[in-house]
Design a protein around this ligand. Structure first.
Ligand SMILES: [Fe+2]
Ligand SMILES: [Fe+2]
Length: 275
């Protein structure tokens, strides 16, 4: 199977973005931050969340898998946005892959069955914690990561149960996603496994522009122990591309990123990766 991967298109900033289906692709994976929908954004009144251009029911030539990113929830109630995104995917014929497993009809390159395991994943903010450090030092490191993240999270205006959706609530959601993901990976399966998340599984995906700072734990998890259970792991969120192998797993990110920040140079519009 040949997979085309897009993430972080941020259509609210680039509403004229015209996707091109790769001629050899069997599948398109959308790994989150496709758009943001707050008042004033170009997509604020789009009932389809900008996703109609990827709809197999409206001309996209391959199946499409969608994992929501954090920005899909900007300025919205988390649970309301979640339900509307899911309904939109169903209406447009996209495969909704938030805490879900999908079995495509096309097998892998060896003819073996494939499974796609997807979740936004979020982050537990613990990626930079040294597990051998005293507990107080560990909690201090988490608190630093929380404070770095909250600077940005406050601006997104996402709410959940009437309260701002800040780092502590993000961590709760991340732990739910992690527990689900571990159980999904542990389910017996004879074939190849592709994991799709929005947030990164490993610090190896960290954006080299920023280095290892407390904010990095808001982008990457340190779930390297899970990599051996996947053949390919696709993610987004970092506006820096990745393509590396670790513990038998190939990890790939192909974000578009923001034009105004000069992040789009490495974006591969028509590339595919084979599994
Ligand atoms: Fe993004
Ligand atoms: Fe993101």
């Amino acid at each position: 199977m040949k997979i085309q991967l897009y993430s972080d298109l941020h259509l609210e900033a680039h509403p004229a973005f015209a996707p091109q289906a790769a001629p050899d692709a069997d599948l398109l994976v959308l790994a989150g931050d496709i758009g943001s929908y707050q008042a004033g954004s170009a997509l604020a009144h789009d009932p389809d969340f900008g996703l109609r251009r990827f709809s197999p029911r409206h001309g996209w030539p391959t199946p499409v898998v969608f994992v929501p990113g954090n920005h899909e929830y900007d300025a919205l109630d988390f649970d309301d946005a979640h339900a509307r995104l899911r309904e939109t995917c169903e209406r447009l014929g996209l495969v909704w892959l938030e805490r879900a497993v999908w079995h495509p009809q096309v097998p892998d390159a060896q003819g073996r069955p494939l499974r796609f395991i997807g979740t936004t994943l979020w982050t537990d903010f613990d990626a930079l914690i040294d597990p051998r450090a005293p507990l107080t030092a560990q909690l201090q490191a988490r608190d630093k990561a929380f404070r770095a993240a909250n600077f940005y999270l406050r601006k997104t205006d996402t709410t959940r149960n009437g309260a701002p959706f800040l780092a502590e609530a993000v961590r709760e959601q991340a732990l739910r996603c992690q527990a689900w993901l571990r159980a999904a990976l542990d389910a017996p399966f004879e074939g190849s496994t592709v994991v799709v998340t929005h947030f990164a599984p490993s610090l190896r995906s960290a954006d080299p522009r920023y280095g290892m700072v407390p904010g990095t734990a808001g982008f990457c998890n340190a779930l390297d122990d899970l990599l051996p259970q996947a053949d390919v792991w696709l993610h987004g969120h970092l506006h820096a591309p990745s393509d590396y192998r670790h513990a038998g797993c190939r990890v790939v990110a192909n974000p578009l990123g923001y034009a105004r920040k000069n992040e789009q140079g490495a974006f591969a519009a028509c590339a595919t990766l084979e599994i």
